[in-house]
Design a protein around this ligand. Structure first.
Ligand SMILES: Cc1cc2nc3c(=O)[nH]c(=O)nc-3n(C[C@H](O)[C@H](O)[C@H](O)COP(=O)(O)OP(=O)(O)OC[C@H]3O[C@@H](n4cnc5c(N)ncnc54)[C@H](O)[C@@H]3O)c2cc1C
Length: 449
């Protein structure tokens, strides 16, 4: 319990403000995306800049408070909130500055894709981000970043060119190719471990219009449609990103939604025809539209549903695995959970693996069981389903999993495997340099060596 006088002192020393259980806004501010996580921090420091972050670190140290860092609040593990501790809340740092000529965007530590995309699109430019607008730019980037432009432009972290970080000892550190390059390497995939990013800088690319949207399939055609999805992705079209979501419809039979995003010159893309003519197609919502419209194709309610996600990077999606996924998706016998399949063909494979630590470039697909439910009485059942579904995918796994989707109960071996043993050693050395006391441990943690 922190004394009222101490909290007043924190209030006076921040340019931002402090929320405590006595404040009306506290209950909204402590909510994270995953309703399974219901924690009550001692205080939430809404930081207004790097100096506030350093002050909050100092306050937490002198009052022995555990720290959580909140960007967009989307991490399914709920790492952004801590019981009895101090939340470094970055939601006031949402500015995105764009230098259209240099093709660089500078994004505040708490910005979301809803802030980022309109700012860059005003210059006809993009960086490949996440598919749900309210997700944090920094949180997503620091864990890798897969979305509608992955095949064309790589992972989000492949486009990260610079950072301003506040380390737990209060230092402001910059990272770029010319300054602390090893830190920049670590931020490209294992990022929340080394400091609080008050700003990340991204390379931008010209793009305003795409052919995209959603293709929905149901009935007996779902199996064939999923095979076609796999075959189109295996052709590695550089101008087409692809994701698929397998779930059940009202009759509790498998249903499939494929999300293509094509950026080539063809108005009626040849590469999409196999998908648009597959049996079982019940809704063709694909057409030409702006990139901002594409970024609105997927949405997800914040803080309402309970979530438990578990998955693997798969080296392939053979027929046998497709059959396994179709069998698993009906086991629960109720919507709205499902299995997300993100293709990793194209640009991520062309990036030199030494560029950043994101370690899943060899994977063909990221396959994630995503249990989603409302009733706390069903926790065990849904969590069990996600774990068993992920276990069914494991024989095809490359090892490790996507840190951005991991729950808090993943063992350190899974986090190590996500990067590989050598890279994990290197990350542990970086951690010792920037956060030797492991102050930033509410994340997919890399303990200091
Ligand atoms: C609905 C939904 C859609 C998603 N879509 C995608 C997607 O399309 N592609 C994809 O790759 N991932 C996606 N994700 C996963 C998402 O990228 C990760 O969960 C990510 O951690 C969310 O970041 P956040 O800032 O929103 O979350 P938060 O919960 O606020 O932060 C998570 C953690 O990230 C770190 N962090 C956040 N900001 C900073 C910062 N400024 N400095 C230092 N550390 C920071 C901290 O460790 C923090 O605890 C999605 C998640 C959800 C729930």
């Amino acid at each position: 319990m922190i004394e009222v006088e101490s909290l007043d002192e924190l209030r006076r020393s921040l340019a931002g403000f402090v929320l405590t259980p006595a404040d009306a806004e506290y209950d909204v501010a402590r909510r994270c995306f995953n309703a399974l996580v219901d924690r009550r921090p001692a205080a939430i420091a809404r930081c207004a800049g790097a100096a506030d972050v350093a002050t909050a670190f100092d306050f937490a140290r002198s009052h022995r408070l555990e720290i959580a860092v909140r960007g967009g609040g989307h991490n399914p593990a709920g790492h952004c909130i801590v019981d009895g501790g101090l939340v470094l809340d970055l939601t006031r740092l949402r500015a995105v500055e764009v230098d259209g000529e240099a093709r660089i965007a500078r994004a505040g530590g708490g910005s979301t894709w809803l802030d980022f995309d309109p700012a860059t699109q005003a210059h006809g430019l993009v960086t490949p981000g996440g598919v749900v607008g309210s997700t944090g730019v920094c949180g997503l980037t620091l864990g890798g970043g897969i979305g509608h432009l992955t095949a064309q432009l790589g992972l989000t972290c492949d486009n990260l060119v610079g950072a301003e970080l506040v380390t737990p000892d209060g230092r402001v550190v910059h990272a770029s190719e010319d300054e602390n390059a090893e830190l920049l390497w670590g931020l490209r995939g294992a990022g929340g471990n080394f400091g609080v990013a008050t700003r990340l800088d991204f390379r931008l690319h010209p793009l305003e219009r795409v052919v995209g949207g959603a293709l929905a399939y149901s009935g007996t055609g779902v199996r064939d449609a999923l095979r076609r999805f796999r075959d189109v992705a295996a052709g590695s079209p550089r101008d087409l990103s692809l994701q698929a979501s397998l779930s059940v419809d009202e009759s509790l039979e498998p249903a499939l939604v494929v999300l293509p995003c094509y950026t080539g010159a063809d108005a009626d893309p040849e590469v999409l025809r196999a998908l648009r003519s597959a049996p079982g197609l019940v809704d063709d919502g694909v057409g030409a539209h702006t990139f901002l419209e594409q970024q609105r194709v997927v949405d997800s309610a914040y803080g309402e549903n309970r979530h438990y996600w578990k998955g693997h990077f798969a080296r392939a999606l053979p027929d046998e695995l497709i059959d396994e996924l179709l069998a698993r998706v009906v086991v629960l016998g109720r919507p709205p959970g499902g299995i997300l399949i993100e293709s990793l063909h194209g640009a991520p494979k062309e990036v030199d693996p030494s560029f950043g630590v994101a370690g899943f470039r060899d994977a063909a697909f990221n396959i994630s069981a995503q249990a989603v439910w409302l009733d706390p009485g069903l926790d065990e059942q849904h969590i069990g389903w996600a774990r068993e579904t992920a276990a069914a995918v494991e024989p095809w796994s490359l090892g490790g999993g996507y840190v951005n989707y991991m729950q808090a109960d993943e063992p350190i071996e899974r986090v190590r495997a996500a990067f590989g043993a050598d890279a994990f050693d290197r990350l542990q050395a970086l951690k010792r340099r920037y956060d030797p006391d492991n102050v930033l441990r509410r994340n997919q943690n890399i303990p200091p060596r």
